[in-house]
Design a protein around this ligand. Structure first.
Ligand code: GRF
Length: 218
């Protein structure tokens, strides 16, 4: 069987990128990372790619081309490398139609809140400010909205009375690093089906009736 080839898009430090690398290297994930694409030449994710001998491309939107052109070019680079799953890992742009259409239900994102609460930037800060007692993280498929696509896995994390944005972010991040590889593993095993906006996860690849909820509570 040909292993799943993942294309990672990241803009910053890349700890989620690292968790995918580690899951592959430990044998947990039967997949390979075909390319890292970043829109930030300073991203620490680039160092991680170099260290693990993963090809990386720096792609910055051109001054003349449109946003759609930019995503069209990204889609071409991914297709050229026969990527089967695109994993957004701290990619700080809203993905546009040309990329979404090129990879239908094959683009995942990780968000540091329990969606649909607190989409957009600073999910952890929003959760602290609102005063919720539970927050967490979400892996979802990407559609054209802001963090609105079908939810694959969530992890719930209790908010402490003395939490700051930083302390909550740190605890949530540990769960991000668990659920992202887990969602990719389910995808690589062919156990995910999207029905409308619901994601169905089967117990085993062949078992269409045995559904499970792979989410976690911290
Ligand atoms: C994570 O908190 C992720 O949920 C959000 O952006 C952050 C990226 O962190 N989308 P890293 O670059 O993976 O360390």
């Amino acid at each position: 069987m040909i292993a799943l080839k993942i294309g990672v898009l990241a803009s910053g430090r890349g700890s989620n990128f690292q968790s995918i690398i580690d899951s592959i290297e430990s044998g947990y994930l039967k997949a390979e990372i075909g390319v890292l694409i970043t829109d930030n030449p300073e991203a620490f994710a680039i160092e991680r790619a170099k260290k693990h001998r993963i090809e990386h491309l720096v792609m910055v939107p051109g001054r003349l081309g449109s946003k759609d052109d930019f995503f069209e070019q990204i889609a071409e680079e991914l297709k050229r490398r026969e990527i089967g799953l695109v994993a957004l890992a701290g990619f700080m742009r809203i993905v546009r139609k040309p990329l979404i259409d090129a990879f239908p239900n094959k683009i995942m994102n990780i968000h540091p809140a329990l969606l649909p609460s607190f989409p957009g930037l600073h999910g952890q800060r929003q959760a602290c400010a609102y005063g919720v007692k539970l927050s967490g993280c979400t892996v979802h498929f990407v559609d054209e909205g802001m963090d609105t696509g079908p939810i694959i896995i969530q992890a719930a994390v209790a908010v402490r009375e003395d939490d700051t944005e930083d302390s909550l972010s740190e605890r949530i991040l540990k769960f991000e690093h668990k659920i992202y590889p887990r969602a990719i593993k389910l995808f690589s095993e062919g156990r995910i089906e999207v029905v409308g906006r619901k994601v169905m996860v089967t117990k085993s690849p062949a078992d269409e009736k045995g559904l499970v909820n792979p989410s976690l509570t911290g």
